[in-house]
Design a protein around this ligand. Sequence first.
Ligand code: SPV
Ligand code: MN
Length: 607
Amino acid sequence: MEVLKNYLNHENYRKLFDIDNPKLHRFVAEYLKLCDPAKVFICTDGKKDINYIREAAIKNGEEESLTLPGQTFHFDGYHDQARDKTHTKFLTPESLKEIRSILKNIMRGHELFVSFFCLGPSDSEFSIPCVQITDSPYVIHSENILYRTAYKNFKRLGKKNTDFFRFVHSGGKLNKHHVSQNIESRRIYIDTGEEIIYAVNTQYGGNSIGLKKLSLRLAIHRAAREGWLAEHMFVMGVRGPKQRKTYFTGAFPSMCGKTSTSMVTNESVLGDDIAYLRQKSGKVHAVNAEKGMFGIIRGINSKDNPIIWKTLHNPNEIIFSNILLTKDRQVYWVGKDVPRPTEGYNYSGEWVAGNKDKQGKEIQPSHPNARFTLDLAALENVDPNLDNPAGVEIGGIIYGGRDPDTSVPVEESFSWTHGIITKAASLESKTTSATLEETGIKKFNPMSNIDFLSIPLGQYVENNLNFGNSLKKPPLIFSVNYFLENKQGNFMNTKKDKAVWLKWMELRVHQEISAIKTPTGFIPRYEDLKKLFKEVLGREYHEQDYTEQFTLKIPENLAKIDRIIEIYKTEVSDTPEVLFRMLEEQKQRLIQARDKYGDYVLPNRVE
Ligand code: SPV
Ligand code: MN
């Protein structure tokens, strides 16, 4: 109380103490004492407070206004453009000491903000209350757009609310460009026991926004204890015949088509990044943990992404990050269908076309991981069930990755267990610019969730298996691959084809269409796809394209199984036995097919 009285003015003190929660008060007091800010602001759900945060981000230089009302832009430091996997770790006694010494007095001269949120819809069994402490108004501003605010819930729950997630962030010392300066001391430490996360000397959203990927690690840990799933998944509605709507979730690694799938034309979006899945009366229900989108802006254009395009060009609350600001204060990004500017300002400073980095590589106008932050409510295809406290019933779960040469564009697994093992737990994908690591390398990424796992992988796979096995009617599990390449290295499918795969999966969920059984799963029949391509895209789908895309590649599939078995044998300590058995069975089916038909089996031969 003494500490809080010292730091908080009358109004903020009252706002904090209107919440009768000693655990919260102790938490705030502890970090005020440690970080020693100049000022404290307690943020309620009220418009005035939300606006105060917005203004504070502009005042401290983390954001600047654009011409359209509601729109701002933000830059992260040159070396702070993506998730830092190297410095993201689980807390140990030594690292607690280290983080406390980095945090000591880190906010001197800064304003500290305390904000309250809820992961998942308010007043829902899915939801998790959270508190964020940060000296970055950009972080809170982003969270106000991306999450449901929950000051009122905290007030209502009072002392009973003991299990909230806690996030402590500081951008640290900012340089004259208002970006974190001490990047060498960037640290992200996760304490799953206390459910606290510390993030310092970084601003990039994936490292700093507590409720995004930092909370996902805590949620995975909690979900494992409580028997539900926290996943790196979109949630969307897909329309079927006669006004039917079927909900799907989909897990894809970062930058592999998760947002674009959830935004397919004529379907509806509930979320594009984090889903919580629970059992309800023997069925799977899912909610979006978020209510906004922190989407990749590269490649967004008026033809392929008409809804996002429209939203970005209207007076909506939007934060553009790491884009190019043109001389006439317009926002430009690589892939925007307007003429490419020759100069402007970007994350590297003053930018002129042809500028090179230290390695002699040309600096692109916008960073590959440049993003837009918007509220889903601003999208015209937002699903009416976004805030439904019961979530939506899930008919199918999709796993996808960047796979140039092994899996077919769309395939259904034989069962929940088969899907979890051969599709989800065996997922591989090429790395992208969403993390600070080399891009384009094929890596093992089970459930697209490898970066966020906070429990041993074997246990996580087991939880996934158990989750579905106890259901009356588990959702069907599918894989998709948008990145299949031909011999010349060109993509075999267009960006639009995913709309057709969705419709095919929707019909499969309702058993309204037959399929071809292959050693790896069920694939579509040509006649069905031909009809769907016509109906959905108004396009002819040639049999030759089908044959090439859906050819079963036995050597590649066998090599993949061997890679996956090797990983689970040597790097994972508690792999469920059934995983090895299922992969071995799949291997035998592939070998038999090879003996009969050769290495590459055309889809019309496999049945
Ligand atoms: C991702 O990288 O998967 C994202 C963006 O969704 S973030 O995790 O916030 O960096
Ligand atoms: Mn993501």
